[in-house]
Design a protein around this ligand. Structure first.
Ligand code: F6P
Length: 341
């Protein structure tokens, strides 16, 4: 069998572990040939690739980023994108393509699959918002980075009697905010799923100071916003790929809370540090299992499917189902966190 693999969209710790696992399972156990497309779908559309053997994936298990590179380019961006992809798949004699990506990548994978191409998807995102899998690799690493940052920020916040508003990633969902906020014992968490009331948030933070505490930490997912009309708020806009370019929740909340509370407040934006560096052991294992099962699905001819974690098992789910909705933070998970804030 000849397999093509690619990594597309925002990078994520664990991508290299998937690539390594695909190559090992395919080459060692099945005697397959594997090629890696450069910079995501762009590599497939431009027929830009290299052969991957055991040597080329040596030592990459613990490496962050992706040895193949990534981009936000998708077949749908070109008028002849699907036809180009089909042509290159035929030209290269590919029996399977394994795209590793998040929401946008999986939509592109579904489009190509519906056009008849042999696709087995692997989900990735630090945001953990792919509905069909219990967890995506990268999330555990990102939560670890954010939690460590929050632990560190507490000491400086206390020294200066400040309110720190810490912005974490999460465009549409607040999973990183919820988990890191719970893990670090934050004092308030705001997420996109649940527009916050600025009066309530002010009261919550203010109550801490009234009780004699010297600081407060608010964790804000980048996509969180206030309840309509509750405060002036600039939501920002979109980039050329349709991705949100937020005006900055942490900056806007720090101005508002400082004014309302009469306490010094500072915004802290963790940004891409959450996506960089070595994956945790959990993410390496999950990524490796996804890669292994993607190759197996390809050999069974199970195309148009996506690897997913359900409980402790890896299962295959239809791509069409996977791209339908996002996995948002449910109200009861938020309620659990609120009790301990
Ligand atoms: O991978 C998803 C994500 O982490 C979002 O939470 C964030 O908005 C986005 O990536 C930012 O990515 P970039 O700056 O690379 O476009």
């Amino acid at each position: 069998m000849r397999i093509g693999v690619l990594t597309s969209g925002g990078d994520c710790p664990g991508l290299n572990a998937v690539i390594r696992s695909v190559v090992h399972r395919a080459v060692v156990d099945h005697g397959d040939e594997v090629i890696g497309f450069h910079d995501g779908w762009k590599g497939l559309l431009e027929c830009d690739y290299r052969k991957l053997d055991l040597d080329s994936v040596g030592g990459i298990l613990a490496q962050g980023g992706t040895i193949l590179g990534s981009s936000r380019v998708q077949p749908a961006h070109l008028v002849d994108g699907v036809e180009r992809a089909r042509g290159h798949v035929a030209e290269l004699g590919l029996d399977a393509i394994i795209p590793i990506g998040g929401e946008g990548t999986l939509k592109a994978a579904n489009l190509l699959s519906e056009a008849g191409l042999p696709i087995v998807g692997v989900p990735k995102t630090i945001d953990n918002d792919i509905a069909s899998t219990d967890v995506t690799f990268g999330f555990d690493t990102a939560v670890g980075v954010a939690t460590e940052a929050l632990d560190r920020l507490k000491t400086t916040a206390e020294s200066h009697q400040r309110v720190l508003i810490v912005e974490v990633m999460g465009r549409h969902t607040g999973w990183i905010a919820l988990h890191s906020g719970m893990a670090a014992g934050a004092h308030a968490i705001v997420v996109p799923e649940r527009p916050f009331d600025i009066d309530e948030l002010t009261a919550r933070v203010g109550a801490r100071f009234e009780a004699g505490k010297r600081f407060a930490i608010v964790v804000a997912a980048e996509g969180a916003k206030p309840r309509a009309g509750s405060m002036e708020f600039d939501e920002g806009g979109k980039d050329v790929y349709g991705h949100e370019r937020f005006a900055g929740i942490a900056r806007q909340l720090s101005v508002e809370l400082e004014e309302r509370l009469g306490k010094e407040a500072r915004p802290v934006i963790l940004g891409h540090v959450q996506r960089g560096g070595t994956p945790t052991a959990y993410d390496r294992v999950l990524a490796t299992r996804f890669g292994w099962h993607a190759v197996e699905a390809a050999h069974r001819g199970e195309f148009g499917m996506l690897t997913a974690l359900r409980g402790t098992e890896i299962v295959m789910v239809p791509l069409a189902e996977a791209v339908r909705t996002l996995k948002t933070v449910p109200e009861d998970r938020y309620a659990e966190a609120e009790t301990v804030l």
